[in-house]
Ligand binder design. Structure first.
Ligand code: ASP
Length: 285
């Protein structure tokens, strides 16, 4: 019904083709379409691999109360027990539910509804891949019957300060994955190549090796904004616990995993490169 209303061609967005430019184009298109009075909401089909990143980006830059529901499938259409048709049905049912407005971008899969802010792909192949590890699911949807459990935890869409109006390029932000023996070369290389921001996918509470931390400290001195996140898959990375952020000039990612921290940092860098102001955005959103 919604696809009919918008008149959009139904094209699945695959993760292999996902990039900043597609995000900008998609967000602008969604904003344009949602302004139409005859459009009740948008359902977007998308590969599951990067769905959480696209959902989180849209959650911060879509300027409408109308529903934006993203949906994918874990099994191909040719598989026995393909999940795509039921997921799509549930996504449309969620988008037309009377209580869906004002919840920001949602992801529907495997009979579950997740908030863009909370969702994370946690399994490479299983149907129950999507989890919201810190705050739990938004709700469930069984053969079209929708039940919401939670309200969104933070400002989003219309109450978010971020916008893609007039934005044609996003600041370059790279993710550095931490592990035992990580040296400084990848960090120095990213800075040399012009990264404006770096996200550390840190061990534990956003930590890393001495050489990597030294390189990140040097990056900060060169004006690169460094956000410390965690590779663990859940929990918070907080300021000044294992790492002295005040001294190092770094930002703590709080609840955001590395790929979501990257999205928020890109949008924040459009507005400011002041570390304190960027930290405040990680507290707020
Ligand atoms: N690799 C695919 C993608 O995210 C998997 C899927 O379609 O869910 O594009």
């Amino acid at each position: 019904e919604l696809a009919h209303l918008t008149g959009e061609q139904v094209v699945n967005i695959g993760s292999q083709n996902m990039n900043n430019q597609v995000w900008l184009k998609l967000a602008k298109r969604v904003n344009t379409v949602l302004k139409r009075e005859d459009v009740a909401g948008v359902v977007i089909t998308h590969g599951t691999d990067t769905m959480e990143e696209t959902a989180w980006f849209l959650n911060l830059v879509v300027k409408s109360d109308k529903p934006v529901v993203m949906v994918g499938s874990m099994r191909p259409a040719t598989a026995i027990g393909a999940d795509g048709p039921a997921n799509l049905f549930n996504a449309v049912a969620t988008a037309v539910h009377p209580d869906v407005r004002g919840r920001g971008v949602l992801v529907v899969l495997n009979d579950e509804i997740h908030y863009a802010r909370e969702i994370e792909k946690q399994n490479s192949t299983q149907l129950d891949t999507f989890k919201s590890p810190n705050r739990g699911r938004a709700g469930v949807v069984n053969t079209g019957a929708v039940h919401f459990f939670n309200k969104p935890a933070a400002p989003h869409t219309k109450t978010s300060e971020f916008s893609v109006d007039g934005v044609n390029i996003l600041p370059r932000v790279e993710i550095i994955y931490s592990y035992a023996n990580l040296g400084r070369d990848l960090i120095d290389g990213a800075v040399e190549k012009g990264a404006k921001g770096l996200v550390l996918a840190g061990v534990g509470n956003g930590n890393s090796t001495d050489p990597a931390l030294a390189a990140l400290g040097d990056a900060v001195k060169q004006g690169v904004v460094v956000v410390r996140s965690s590779r663990t898959g859940s929990g918070l990375v907080m300021r000044n616990v294992e790492i002295d952020d005040d001294k190092m000039g770094t930002v703590a990612a709080m609840e955001f995993n590395p790929q979501k921290a990257r999205v928020l940092l890109m949008l924040a860098l459009i507005k400011t490169s002041n570390t304190k102001e960027i930290q405040d955005k990680f507290f707020k959103y």
